[in-house]
Design a protein around this ligand. Structure first.
Ligand code: NAD
Length: 511
């Protein structure tokens, strides 16, 4: 059953205040002119102050000073800061999860999962602090050593999206800190309390281990504040997560000043469901990936490309599961689908459904709005499925909503071509029991995404692997594997201990 009542703003403000206090946020310093609404009831919960150009410039100066101190601290000692931060996250898991629910509308289980991901990346980064290293290669010259060393890069600016208001920053920050880089964070304007709470915990860890005060700084503000960070030559790496529109603006500006950027942008993720797939498992995988988080993950499944022999059966099962989804207060027990982040997000979804219908699609379930009487400014959308035969222009766009298109295919080459025929390249899945089909999907002529899965959905990655995607998704990689390299500069070193001076490639230059 879906909850029909929603908490009042007084109740949400009370919950927020208690959690802010526990996390050590100076509530008076945080407060300001800009109203922050909760998607849970659509009403104002808190007011915050925005930083401006001066705030960002000061933060960059302070971070550059901190860099001079931090880059000479041994990496395993830097790891101790991240270890302490991870402990504080364990202690305050529920507090941070509360803010994620309050500001994004995630259900409690997913909000806690996001904090768990932060704890996991801290563990990973602590281990990494004793492993970062380069290779030694054989030199062609006798008595010479050829090797590479990795050094801290400089100040890292992190710009984050609303839908992972804490985890994305922690992926960047935990790794950047062990790599020797101070971090300045410009969070989404929709999630200031989550960022204030996370930053307060990291500040506490900084004090506890006596790290330099300004290795971590937070500047709350809108995109103008982000732009100052993007343009400042004192910021060595800009790691920006958000829409492809944002990446299009940020990428060239950073490139113009020869800065480094790491872009994590939009996705348009598909699952190919073959005739041999286990349809029960497939259905569960699809529903979590497509309707979970109210369709507001970068890895949310937006397209199902199903073999013609099973497409009707699968659509029917999906429609049945969708109609049973409990939609409502994300903090209430049993809810699986919370609100969309705001009115514009919901309107984009309804416009996309209309465009898909005009292109020949038919809405088979969902698309309506719930709880509008209880909360006229909150937008609880019924996750929707549209059956459509062609990959129309609207299907090739990312609509950041619980809207799933189901398309039929006849042979696997056609399915792979459809999967790849979108501008984005983040995540793709195949559901099949045929190993040859799975291998082809994973191969060089298969799915062209940064994340490619077999028999699981497109969302819900673990931190151990590198995360990111190709094409309009921006090409960046964060989190595990060797993503740390983006946060360091590499030097190739040749050391001559021979007492002679042989030149490479046999060049003779005797004077
Ligand atoms: P958004 O692009 O509206 O905003 C993201 C961030 O960029 C915000 O902090 C915003 O203030 C800032 N920003 C916007 N324009 C800017 C500019 N010109 N200069 C500097 N900063 C600027 O995105 P959103 O609505 O918050 O998030 C949803 C989008 O993010 C979706 O497209 C989703 O796919 C994507 N996303 C991608 C990943 C990934 O890892 N690939 C992860 C999460 C979200």
């Amino acid at each position: 059953t879906s909850p029909t009542t929603l908490p009042t703003s007084e109740r949400l403000t009370q919950i927020a205040r208690a959690s802010l206090d526990r996390c050590g946020v100076d509530v008076d310093a945080l407060g300001g002119e800009v109203t922050n609404r909760s998607p849970i009831n659509g009403e104002s919960v808190f007011s915050v102050a925005y930083g401006d150009e001066t705030t960002v410039k000061l933060a960059v100066e302070r971070a550059q000073d901190a860099f001079k101190q931090w880059r000479v601290v041994p990496a395993p000692v830097r790891g101790a800061l991240v270890k302490r931060f991870g402990e504080l996250l364990v202690e305050h898991k529920d507090d941070i999860a509360t803010f994620i629910s309050l500001e994004v509308g995630k259900i409690t289980s997913e909000a806690r999962g996001e904090v768990q991901e932060m704890i996991d990346i801290c563990d990973f980064a602590v281990g990494l602090s004793r492993q970062i290293g380069g290779s030694t290669m054989p030199s062609e010259r006798p008595g010479h050593r050829l090797m590479e060393t990795w050094h801290p890069l400089g100040v890292v600016g992190v710009i984050s999206a609303f839908n992972f208001p804490a985890a994305v920053w922690s992926w960047n920050t935990a790794i950047a800190l062990v790599c020797g880089d101070p971090v300045i964070w410009k969070p989404s304007e929709l999630t200031p309390m989550t960022s204030a709470a996370c930053a307060a915990l990291l500040d506490r860890a900084v004090r506890d281990v006596e790290a330099p005060r300004y290795v971590s700084q937070l500047v709350i503000g809108a995109q103008e504040v982000g732009q100052v960070l993007v343009d400042d030559p004192g910021v060595a790496l800009v790691s920006a997560t958000g829409s492809t529109r944002m990446g299009n603006l940020v990428g060239p500006r950073v490139a113009e000043r020869f800065g480094r950027s790491l872009l994590e942008l939009g996705g348009n993720n598909a699952a190919v469901v073959t005739g041999s797939a286990d349809l029960d498992l497939t259905m569960r995988g699809i529903v979590f990936s497509a309707a979970g988080t109210a369709g507001q993950r970068c890895t949310t499944m937006r397209r199902v490309i199903a073999h013609r022999s099973i497409v009707d059966d699968l659509s029917e099962r999906l429609a049945g599961a969708y109609s049973r989804l409990p939609i409502g207060d994300p903090m209430a027990d049993g809810t699986l689908v919370g609100p969309m982040v705001h009115q514009q997000a919901y309107e984009k979804m309804t416009r996309a459904i209309d465009s898909a219908k005009e292109a020949g699609g038919s809405l088979i379930v969902g698309g309506g709005r719930r709880l509008a009487d209880a909360a006229p400014n909150a937008y609880y959308a019924e996750p929707a499925i549209v059956r459509i035969d062609e990959q129309a222009p609207i299907v090739r766009e990312e609509t950041f909503a619980p809207l799933l298109y189901v398309l039929p295919y006849d042979d696997l080459d056609e399915a792979i071509a459809l999967q790849n025929d979108v501008p984005q390249g983040l995540s793709a899945s195949i559901f099949t029991q045929d190993q040859a089909e799975a291998e082809r999907f994973l191969s060089s002529e298969g799915a062209d995404c940064g994340i490619v899965n077999v028999n699981i959905g497109t969302s819900g990655a673990e931190i151990g692997g590198a995360f990111g995607g190709e094409k309009h998704t921006g090409g960046g990689r964060e989190s595990g594997s060797d993503a740390w390299r983006a946060y360091m500069r590499r030097a190739t070193n040749t050391v001559n201990y021979s007492g002679e001076l042989p030149l490479a490639q046999g060049v003779d230059f005797t004077v």
